[in-house]
Design a protein around this ligand. Structure first.
Ligand SMILES: C/C=C/C(=O)SCCNC(=O)CCNC(=O)[C@H](O)C(C)(C)COP(=O)(O)OP(=O)(O)OC[C@H]1O[C@@H](n2cnc3c(N)ncnc32)[C@H](O)[C@@H]1OP(=O)(O)O
Length: 256
């Protein structure tokens, strides 16, 4: 199976199973990401984790398929890229945090997907490769905008222009991944992050992930308006009543 969703009750794990091609993208993976994001609207779901069955997170678009796209029109090729971009838009609009658990590495649109996640756990020996240029291609999947948010411009430019790998350790030094894990332990760390998220207030977390992501793209003036509206709504909710009461009563909050 080239992709599947594992339902763990309070979290959904998307397993990329295209192991023989280093986790290259497949229609099944697209379907699983879309399904998981739709299922994540259920209140019991607190996080979505994207990871791979094999030793490599995702090698991006399947080059065997992309080379065949010379036979179709540019408009059709644009639609194919939009299918990927719809995934990224869906991840952006997710009601719950999306966590990448990266073993081995992420390349091409696999890197785009990893960087589109809210939290990124990477094995220490994982490598991040823009890759596209090596195949005569250009970045997609929001990679250039994710890199602009996460990385200094000379590094983003070098990765995109030369396609050379950068180790997860360097990303971590730049604060561009949430956590480094020992090789083989990225999923364990991602599960620990999901455990921590599951103890927190779901609605507030959903709003926070949107606010933080929007802040990289908008002005301070519009963030102030957005934060005012979000805070006004949040402070009227049961979650805030419970969180504040728990703090004042020196107990652990229970968000139910
Ligand atoms: C819409 C999206 C667009 C895009 O994302 S365009 C960019 C597409 N991605 C790439 O250009 C990356 C290409 N792959 C690589 O650079 C390397 O691979 C990796 C860095 C990911 C891993 O390197 P290593 O561990 O040395 O593996 P290996 O020997 O190169 O590959 C193992 C097998 O996997 C196949 N494979 C790897 N990536 C892809 C891919 N993206 N599409 C199709 N096949 C791929 C290879 O060909 C080979 O296959 P065999 O065992 O038959 O020789």
């Amino acid at each position: 199976m080239s992709a599947r969703i594992e339902d763990k009750g309070d979290r959904l794990i998307i397993w990329n199973g295209n192991t023989e091609k280093r986790g290259a993208l497949s229609p099944e993976l697209y379907a699983c990401i879309n399904d998981a994001l739709a299922q994540a609207r259920e209140l019991r779901i607190r996080a979505v984790i994207l990871t791979s069955e094999g030793p490599f997170f995702c090698a991006g678009g399947n080059l065997n398929t992309i080379i065949e796209r010379r036979q179709i029109s540019e408009a059709e090729r644009r639609d194919k890229v939009d299918d990927l971009h719809d995934l990224v838009r869906g991840m952006r609009a997710s009601p719950v945090p999306v966590i990448a658990a990266v073993e081995g590495g992420a390349a091409g649109a696999g890197l785009s997907l990893a960087l589109a996640c809210d939290l990124i756990v990477a094995a220490k020996d994982a490598k991040f490769v823009a890759a596209y240029v090596k195949a005569g291609l250009v970045p997609d999947g929001g990679l250039t905008s994710a890199m602009a948010r996460l990385l200094p411009r000379p590094l983003a430019m070098e990765m995109c222009l030369l396609g050379r790998p950068v180790m997860a350790k360097r990303f971590a030094e730049l604060g561009a991944v949430s956590r480094l894990a020992s090789p083989g332990k990225a999923m364990e760390e991602a599960m620990a992050l999901a455990d921590a998220l599951a103890e927190g207030p779901r609605q507030a977390q959903g709003v926070i992930r949107g606010l933080v992501a929007d802040a990289y793209e908008t002005t301070e003036a519009s963030q102030l308006d957005a934060e005012r509206d979000a805070m006004a709504a949040a402070s009227g909710r049961d979650e805030a009543a419970e969180g504040i009461s728990a703090f004042l009563e020196k107990r652990k909050p229970s968000y139910g």
